[in-house]
Design a protein around this ligand. Structure first.
Ligand code: BES
Ligand code: ZN
Ligand code: ZN
Length: 503
């Protein structure tokens, strides 16, 4: 399967008895309530007792994130039963917790085809989280496997959530939303995981076109000629050291009932060597994920379209390959960005902000009501916040709205300041601004740099996803190793909130 034909497991809802259904595996929940309990709503007492005893006999405790697998013989018609621990449910169960539990279960069940999920889907939001998590757990990326393909276990291909409310219209909506979201997140993961040899800027553009074909989203691609004549000096400067030229992908969703307009901008560095300011080799291969912001905005506009949200969205994916070829920009070069402002490039590895400078100015011409940019922008974001938390900065109200949307969507973001005194460290001797500031607080001066290119009075926030975009640690919950597809849920949730006027 090619990187743009994305996969999502078949999702469905069903009422009835999960233990007597023909399937390969059943996922059940355990808790530490009253020492050890199982979720057994609707099961016969006899069946529940048997299941609980079987799980206890192999040492299940119900602890949060515990995963226990037992043979289903004598308990269910399936081959195996997987029990996921929810810990204590005394204070309720949050949706992200359900999402992770369902995801770690389906992730652990790679190799099995049909999975029945029997977790506490007590309301539509919980059902959505469970289905979304399960679909995200059922993912694998094998596009580049050949002779070892038969060694990779196929992800779960069919997921059925058992609930007495299978016919409820809110539950049906929750199911559709999970399918839409997981499809686009897996699409973004595919783009990120694809070898950078196979994913130059033109390929990102082709993938965007393909995933948006047949939708109402208009896609316009600016190639290197259009970018040069249009004055996109930031994007062209970054890409000039590569034999594979930049692309700017502009996507427009404009439903008739839209009253507001959101702009989403993504950093799309298809590979970041650092350029002439070359990066050390140790984990340079992970820099194929430096287009995660671009993947996220393409995926997000597809979700917003599929959900039919009544709001206009313009998305820009600014794509270039940052290579140290003979034509590469030099430290000391001065670029003229879209709109005419000049930047002295003191470090060619601070390239994300150069491509974003162009699109921040360009996007303002569309007259949006708010702008979000999303980028794997700084190593200092990883140092400050670790591998799982993204930083968000910008106008107070937008920043807080992004944080609130992220909390609702189950993604970890943390608000960051933009200390005024750091601005002066970006002053250039020869140009309007330099592309690096003082080393300390590097995530913050990157934000201050971007702010210079945001039109006066235009509400804006910057999402630095350098930490969570790519999982180089072990897999957890619904998060696999490799491309994560981070930020899509937050941008969609933010856009939904914006319709009803949070800011
Ligand atoms: N793509 C990197 C940032 C990055 C680092 C993302 C680690 C994910 C993991 C970015 O282009 C970069 O290299 N930034 C430099 C900027 C510095 C030269 C001011 C950095 O953060 O080191
Ligand atoms: Zn860089
Ligand atoms: Zn980069």
């Amino acid at each position: 399967m090619s990187a743009v034909e994305t996969r999502v497991a078949g999702l469905s809802l069903k009422s009835g008895n999960p233990l007597t259904t023909a399937t390969d595996a059943v996922v059940v929940a355990t808790t530490t309530d009253n020492k050890f309990s199982i979720f057994a709503d609707g099961l016969t007492k006899a069946a529940a007792t048997k299941l609980k005893a079987a799980l206890q006999s192999v040492g299940a405790t119900g602890a949060k994130d515990e995963l226990v697998r037992i043979p289903a013989t004598g308990i269910a018609s399936a081959k195996v039963i997987v029990a996921v621990g929810l810990g204590s449910t005394k204070n309720g169960i949050n949706e992200e917790h359900l999402r992770r539990a369902a995801g770690s279960a389906t992730r652990s069940l790679a190799g099995f085809k049909k999975v029945v999920i029997y977790l506490p889907a007590t309301y539509a939001g919980a059902a959505n989280a469970i289905l979304e998590g399960a679909a995200l757990g059922a993912y694998s990326f094998t596009d580049h496997k050949s002779s070892t393909l038969n060694k990779s276990k196929s992800p779960v291909s069919s997921i059925t959530l058992f609930t007495s409310q299978a016919k409820d219209s809110d539950f049906r909506k929750a199911l559709d939303r999970a399918r839409i979201m997981a499809h686009s997140i897996n699409f973004a993961r595919d783009l990120i995981n694809t070898s950078p040899l196979h994913m130059p800027p033109a390929q990102v553009a082709a993938a965007a076109k393909k995933v948006l074909t047949g939708t109402k989203v208009k896609v316009q691609i600016l190639d290197e000629k259009a970018l040069t004549s249009g004055g996109y000096g930031g994007i062209m400067g970054v890409g000039q050291g590569s034999t594979r030229p930049p692309r700017l992908i502009r996507m427009e969703y404009k439903p008739a009932n839209a009253k507001k307009h959101v702009a989403l901008l993504g950093k799309g560095i298809t590979f970041d060597t650092g350029g002439i300011s070359l990066k050390p080799p140790a984990s340079m291969h992970e820099m194929k994920a430096d287009m995660s912001g671009a993947a996220a905005v393409i995926a997000a506009i597809r979700v917003i379209h599929d959900l039919g949200l009544p709001i206009a969205v313009t998305a820009y994916a600014a794509c270039a390959e940052n290579m140290p070829g003979g034509g590469a920009q030099r430290p000391g070069d001065v670029l003229t960005t879209y709109g005419g402002r000049t930047i002295e490039v003191l470090n060619t590895d601070a390239e994300g902000r150069l491509v974003l400078a162009d699109v921040l100015v360009r996007a303002a011409e569309d007259d949006p009501d708010v702008v979000l940019d999303i980028a794997t922008l700084t190593g200092s974001a990883v140092i400050a916040l670790g591998h799982r938390t993204a930083g968000v900065m910008g106008d107070d109200a937008v920043r807080d709205a992004v944080k609130a949307a992220a909390d609702r969507a189950g993604e970890e973001f943390w608000p960051m300041p933009m200390p005024e005194e750091l601005r002066a460290t970006l002053d250039s001797l020869v140009a309007d601004i330099a592309n690096i500031g003082q080393r300390e607080g590097g995530m913050l001066s990157a934000g201050l740099f971007l702010k210079e290119f945001v039109a006066d009075g235009l509400p804006w926030a910057h999402l630095d996803i350098a930490g969570p975009a790519y999982n180089s640690q072990s897999a957890h919950g619904y998060t696999h190793k490799g491309g994560v597809g981070f930020g899509i849920r937050t941008m969609v949730a933010f856009t939904e909130d914006f319709i009803t006027g949070v800011i």
